[in-house]
Ligand binder design. Structure first.
Ligand code: AMP
Length: 218
């Protein structure tokens, strides 16, 4: 019988609120948020080979090839802080990644606990992404209108706020196209298998979305 750790997958288009909710869940359940996007950005900042190879795809809004992502995730989920579970934020993003995740979990005698899909209407997505900024120090995410920072340029921790280069209107359009083509089919993959919940994120405040999320994770 596979061990029941709190292994959670968050699905949804860019800007649907996965990152913000992942941070809240991580705090509430004391399990780590594993964001493949953050990991790749860290690799890039550290100037590693993986960071250099991934940047080419990230800057264009394309997906980084599966083989670069899979080893990174497999290694990360076996670290000590994942003993009680973990939140996958931004992974899996292709059907091949979803099946590879199943195989990896099975080989470790683990299974998924919950899959949450954040449903947000297309019209809202561009406005959400192009208005978001995150703190270079603590990673907290703000939005100019929906979740404004204490001052224009700084986080509550004092860190400087920056817009991600791939949150520009031009790159976002490509990211949404890639999402529809490669990631949206992953929803169907999980939908038919139970432990799947659709969270209604459209037009809702962070706290309201978090209430829906925590109801499922109780
Ligand atoms: P995110 O921060 O999740 O929006 O990811 C930023 C970028 O990192 C994406 O647009 C992709 O280029 C890359 N990326 C992140 N996660 C994955 C993944 N699971 N598979 C492929 N590329 C990814």
């Amino acid at each position: 019988m596979a061990e029941e750790r709190k292994i959670i997958v968050l699905l949804g288009p860019p800007g649907c609120g996965k990152g913000t909710q992942a941070r809240l869940i991580a705090k509430a359940l004391s399990i780590p948020q594993i964001s493949t996007g953050d990991m790749l950005r860290d690799e890039r900042s550290a100037g590693t080979e993986l960071g250099r190879r991934s940047s080419v795809f990230m800057d264009k809004g394309e997906l980084v090839p599966d083989e670069l992502i899979l080893d990174m995730v497999k290694f990360r989920i076996q670290k000590g802080d994942c003993a009680g579970g973990f939140i996958l934020d931004g992974f899996p993003r292709t059907l091949a990644q979803a099946t590879a995740l199943d195989e990896t979990l099975e080989s470790l005698d683990l299974r998924l606990w919950r899959v949450l899909y954040f449903d947000v209407p297309d019209a809202e997505i561009i406005e959400r992404i192009t208005g978001r900024f995150s703190c270079v120090l603590c990673g907290k995410i703000y939005h100019v209108t929906f979740n404004p920072p204490p001052t224009k340029d700084n986080c509550e921790c004092g860190g400087f706020l920056l817009q991600r280069p791939d949150d520009s209107v031009a790159v976002v359009t490509e990211r949404l196209r890639v999402y529809m083509e490669s990631t949206a089919p992953v929803i169907g993959y999980y939908e038919g298998r139970g432990r799947f919940t659709k969270i209604l994120g459209g037009g809702k405040a962070i706290e309201e979305v978090n209430r829906q999320v925590m109801d499922v994770l109780r």
